[in-house]
Structures are given as C-alpha cells and as structure tokens.
Design a protein around this ligand. Structure first.
Ligand SMILES: *[C@@H]1O[C@H](CO)[C@@H](O)[C@H](O)[C@H]1NC(C)=O
Ligand SMILES: *[C@@H]1O[C@H](CO)[C@@H](O)[C@H](O)[C@H]1NC(C)=O
Length: 484
C-alpha cells in the first residue's frame, strides 16, 4: 500500500494558518445522516470482500454518532457492537505525535518541570541528539546530528522500515542503542519512507521527559481527559471485557489460501515496548467517535467547551509536510501528504485527514473531513481488508455530503488481495507487527547486510539470509505464491 515516491517538502510557513482561515461549509450545509439503507450496502461489501466482521462509526459535528456493525467478532458467531474492542494498528500513531505535542505544551506552560538538557527546548524542531544525547546515534553522522522530532514523525529519516531488527520484546533503550547499525537507503529528508521504529523512538523521548511511561502519559492526558473510557494500550483489559474481536487471516496454510483465526499481534507483556507507539492502541468505534468529535471541534469538548488538546498541537500534527503519494490513483481523489501520524488527501474536492492501519488479522481506518464536520472510523477483524474499508468509507462520505456516487465496490474489488494474491510476488511477513510487505519494494537488498543484523546482536533470533529475497528474514513465514 505504501509507495516510495520522490520528495517535495512543503515550506512550513506557507500552510500553517490556512486551516484556520478556511470557511467551514457547516453553516449552510449540514452533513446528512446515513440512511438505514446503508446496511444493505455494508452487507454487500461484507459478503463480496469475504469480511469476517466490521464496526463502523460515523460522526457528524453537532449530532449523535451513528454506528453500523456487520458479521462476526468471534468463532462463536457473536456480532460486533460499538463497544467491541479492536487493536487499532497504525491508526495508533496519531496518539504518539499528539502526546508529544501535549508534552511540549506542558513544558511551555510550566506544567512539566522535568529537567531538560542545558539550553534545550522541547519542540517539533528539537534534534534527537539533544534530547536523547548519549543514547542517540545513527549510522550516517550527518543524519544523526541533524534529525529532528518532526522528521521522525513524518518518516523522512532516510531509514527504511528495518522491521526485522526488533521484536515485541526488545527493550526500548536497547532498540535506540542499536539504531546506529541500521543502514539508511536515502539521505535525511530526501524522501518519504514509512518506518514504525521511529514511532517507538518518540515514545522513549516522551517517557524520558514526561517522567512516566509513554502509555501512562497518553492514558492520563488523552484517553481519560477525553472520556475515551474503554481505550487502552493493555490488550488484557480488552480481553477481560469479553467483548473483543478475534482476528482472521486468509493466507494461512501450505497454499496460503486458508482462513484461520490468529493471535493478536499485541501482548500484555509488551506494553511500553516497541509496538505501543506505532501500533499499540486498543479501542472501539464508540470511543473513536468521541475522539473524532473532539478533533472536528478543534480539540474542544463539544459539551463542556474545554480545550482538551491544544489547537496548535492538532494543527501541527495534521499539517501535511511530505508527499507520500504524488499522484492520486483515481480522478476523485487527491495526492497524499504525510504530517505526523496523520495523512491528508481529498475526495471530490473535500479535504480528508486520515490514517489507516494494518497488522496480522486486522485492518483499520480513522479519518475526518475538517471542513465538513464528518468523521469515520472503520474497523475490520480481517487481514488486508482495506479495499472493503475504502468502499465503505467513500460511500459514507458521499452520503453525508450529497456527493456523486462512485462504484467503489467494483473499483476496490479490482484490487482485492492486491498484496497477497498476485502471482509470482514473493512476500515476507514480519514477526513484530505481522505486517505483510513486499520484499522487493520495501526491503531493498542494500538495507540488509551482515553488519546490519549481526551488529544488533540480541535480535539475531532465527535470522537467516534468504537468497531469493536478498534479505535477512527473522522468524518469518514467507508467502510465496505457487507459480501459475
Ligand atoms: C519523577 O517522578 C518521581 C516519582 O514517580 C518523583 O519522585 C520525581 O521527583 C519526578 N521527577 C521530576 C523531575 O519531576
Ligand atoms: C488451496 O489450494 C490448494 C492447492 O491449489 C487446493 O488443493 C485447496 O483445495 C485450496 N484450499 C482452499 C481452502 O481453497
């Protein structure tokens, strides 16, 4: 799903105030409620795309949220509801970037007195070497000395994913100390390269300067304050609630064509480990609807009027900085920019702020239209189900804003199994997030050298060099299609 494209950096000053100056369409054009007929469409998508279960939440500014659920949440055939807990995968990243912004705001207003290194301020532009000091080091000396917090969060460090250099149990300090062995593929800020690892690094920074664990900071400063009472980083809490999804993959078995339930990619013991930042949030559509409602309201609670997240923080994390996809794949869409844990794009002329997530057995999408007062959360307990989620999300936007109907079912069905069913494409599945990626595009052979992996020592595990992929693979299951 991620394409590595050439870079185009936006001057930050140019766009900072635009958001605030845009006239919202809300005053004379309220979004329309989703009709009950929509369930027929959901059912059609669910069946066609072979979806196990789905939970959708639709938020319209100034109205009660609407929820739609379909299919099954577990093998017993129980239905999901708006309370059913799902792991959010990468839709967790905006909580890491937003919590850094909140910490920054705490320092600026004297709410945090944890000592900072002499002469150092905590800001988006602060260099990692100043914040992590002796702990910090990258292979390329220039990048090491110049990379800023915002570079980490916008995926422009020049490092590729290096997904196999760590696992669920790698302690954060160890992960940070081993970064120096990971080979870059580009120069700093040369191009967009998605890397989960840097969202682990930011949690180390937040933990260090908030004087509490990353997950405690986010729980107290975001989940609790915003009234997201079920949302947590602790999978155990979801499992105890008894209302949680089992996860399915469709690529199990010797021919990669069997559907099976798989364990969650999160483990209780790994809370505050490498995965909490990039993909650790567990939530339901009810809480995410609350969150979207507050985001649509500029960080202000719709009932109490309290500013729960500083507006400047939201403006910073949602501001597109890097071109992620320089061309839209359909004429109704727009190119995609990456901010900090949020992407921005457009649909039929309406700006969308979004982030999707995918890990073993789970597909998620979290998005809102800041100028139109509409937000959508779409969660599915199946692997690689983004085509189904797109078909649903676009229909919701069309209905809400009275836009032209596009046949997204046909379009998305055309890309069904894009990542898994294409013949002659060999894939590897990472042990850490269970993310399925193409070896050929995401892991250029150059990023894997003996020094890269051997240098990391403790993470060797069952790593071996796989000649066919030109990559070091750690405890992976390779998904090579039978040749047709
Ligand atoms: C950090 O927290 C501990 C207790 O958890 C406290 O004793 C200490 O004073 C705090 N340090 C700072 C700098 O706030
Ligand atoms: C999977 O593929 C194999 C080999 O083509 C076939 O024999 C088997 O029936 C398939 N299983 C399913 C569940 O489709």
């Amino acid at each position: 799903m991620l394409l590595l494209l050439t870079i185009l950096l936006l001057p930050l000053t140019q766009a900072t105030c635009e958001w605030a100056n845009q006239v919202p369409l809300l005053s004379d054009n309220y979004p329309t409620a989703i009709s009950p007929d929509f369930m027929k469409y959901v059912e059609k998508v669910g069946k066609l795309f072979d979806v196990p279960g789905l939970s959708l939440g639709v938020v319209r500014k100034g109205h009660e949220a609407q929820f739609f659920n379909w299919g099954q949440r577990d093998e017993d055939g129980n239905s999901p509801t708006e309370c059913t807990m799902y792991p959010m995968a990468s839709a967790s990243k905006n909580f890491a970037s937003t919590s850094f912004g909140i910490l920054m705001d705490d320092f600026k207003h004297g709410r945090n007195v944890t000592p900072l290194p002499y002469g150092v301020e905590l800001d988006w532009e602060t260099k990692l070497v100043d914040l992590l000091q002796d702990e910090w080091g990258l292979k390329d000396p220039y990048t090491s000395g110049h990379v800023k917090v915002i570079d980490l969060l916008s995926h422009v460090t020049g490092l590729p994913r290096h997904e196999f250099s760590y696992d669920l149990d790698t302690p954060l300090p160890h992960l940070v100390s081993q970064l120096q062995y990971l080979r870059p593929t580009h120069e700093l800020r040369e191009t967009f390269e998605y890397i989960n690892l840097m969202y682990s690094v930011i949690t180390r920074v937040i933990g260090k300067y908030s004087n509490m664990s990353y997950t405690s900071f986010v729980e107290s400063r975001i989940f609790t304050r915003l009234g997201m009472t079920s949302t947590t980083f602790h999978p155990e809490r979801a499992w105890q609630s008894r209302d949680w999804v089992q996860l399915w993959v469709r690529e199990a078995g010797p021919y990669y064509n069997q559907t099976r339930v798989v364990p969650w990619y999160l483990e209780e013991r790994a809370v505050d480990g490498p995965v909490s930042g990039p993909g650790g949030v567990v939530s339901n559509t009810k809480d995410m609807a609350t969150y979207l409602g507050i985001l649509l309201n500029g960080g202000i609670h719709p009932d109490t009027g309290e500013q729960l997240i500083p507006r400047a923080v939201l403006d910073s994390v949602m501001l597109g900085r890097v071109v992620e996809e320089g061309r839209a794949s359909y004429p109704e869409l727009a190119p995609t920019l990456y901010g900090a844990g949020w992407q921005s794009t457009g649909y039929q002329g309406h700006e969308i702020v979004q982030h999707g997530g995918g890990a073993r057995g789970i597909s998620t999408a979290l998005l809102f239209l800041p100028n139109d007062g509409v937000g959508v959360v779409a969660l599915c307990n199946g692997n690689n189900q983004h085509p189904a989620l797109f078909a649903l999300v676009f229909r919701i936007i069309e209905e809400s804003l009275g836009l032209k109907r596009i046949d997204w079912i046909s379009r998305c069905a055309g890309s069904l199994g894009y990542e898994t069913r294409e013949p002659n494409i060999c894939q590897v599945e990472g042990s850490t997030l269970g993310v399925t990626v193409r070896a050929s595009t995401v892991y250029p052979a150059a990023t894997f050298t003996a020094a890269t992996i051997l240098g990391t020592g403790a993470t060797l595990g069952t790593t071996r060099f796989h000649r066919e992929y030109g990559a070091f693979i750690k405890s992976f299951r390779h998904l090579c299609q039978p040749r047709l």
